[in-house]
Design a protein around this ligand. Structure first.
Ligand SMILES: [Zn+2]
Length: 234
């Protein structure tokens, strides 16, 4: 799976000479010490992060004990996530490392999760994109919380056009979309799981994933999304 690669400094300098790097958001030329975003865009991103008191979300989702979100979606974060998903710039996820560290420190329960699990993408999407951004985020969370990633969930069918649906329509559209991969049937029993995704909209996807894990015997399920859309935007 492609992900953030670390090149030796001399090799990176050579590559940058041949292929100058630009900011993933504003296209400003980056110097050799800069990666991903320019200073201005990075500062904008840091300023956008929710204050610590808001990272633990007040949203109530069925079957989920704690909901965590780090950024408002309608912002530079939307541009970043769009660049990751639709322009293949998966390395830009590294810009969220600091925020995920904050989550790791804040969520005192985090080290006690048995597993981190990402919301899976359908195979069609995965083949087109060549990565699942939720899984890459889950790997980052895994390193921070020292909790193993288990890709327990399988997405059984493609669910296009979700963005135009309201909460109820989404729930109907998503019913039964996930299944537990058979090899995790005995692993999941009585375990606590942190589900990770890139965006929280209505919460229907998170609830459906949680229902699948709870049906399989999980004891506790929390949910972490990088960004949350404002309820008014739905
Ligand atoms: Zn920039």
């Amino acid at each position: 799976m492609p992900f953030i690669q670390e090149w030796p400094a001399y090799l990176e300098a050579l590559i940058r000479l041949l292929y100058p790097a630009t900011c993933g958001l504003c296209s400003e030329m980056l110097n050799l010490q800069q990666r991903g975003l320019c200073k201005h865009c990075r500062n904008d991103l840091v300023a956008l992060q929710y204050p610590i008191s808001k990272i633990k979300n007040e949203l109530s989702l069925t079957g989920i004990e704690n909901v965590w979100t780090l950024f408002p979606y309608e912002s530079t974060v939307r541009d970043l996530i769009t660049a990751v998903k639709f322009s293949g710039k998966h390395w830009l996820l590294k810009e969220f490392s600091q925020s995920l560290q904050t989550f790791g420190m804040l969520a005192s329960d985090a080290p006690s999760y048995d597993f981190v699990a990402s919301i899976p993408s359908h195979v069609t999407t995965y083949v087109q994109r060549e990565f699942n951004q939720a899984d890459l985020l889950a790997q980052m969370v895994s390193k921070i919380t020292r909790t193993p990633v288990k890709n327990m969930l399988h997405k059984k069918f493609h669910t296009p056009h979700q963005s135009r649906l309201n909460r109820r329509e989404r729930a109907v559209n998503l019913w039964g979309v996930f299944s537990l991969r058979p090899k995790y049937r005995s692993v999941i029993l009585d375990k606590s799981v942190l589900i990770v995704d890139d965006i929280l909209t209505t919460g229907s996807t998170a609830e459906e994933a949680a229902r699948c894990l709870a049906d399989a015997g999980a004891a506790k399920i929390d949910f972490l999304a990088l960004a949350r859309t404002e309820p008014a935007a739905l």
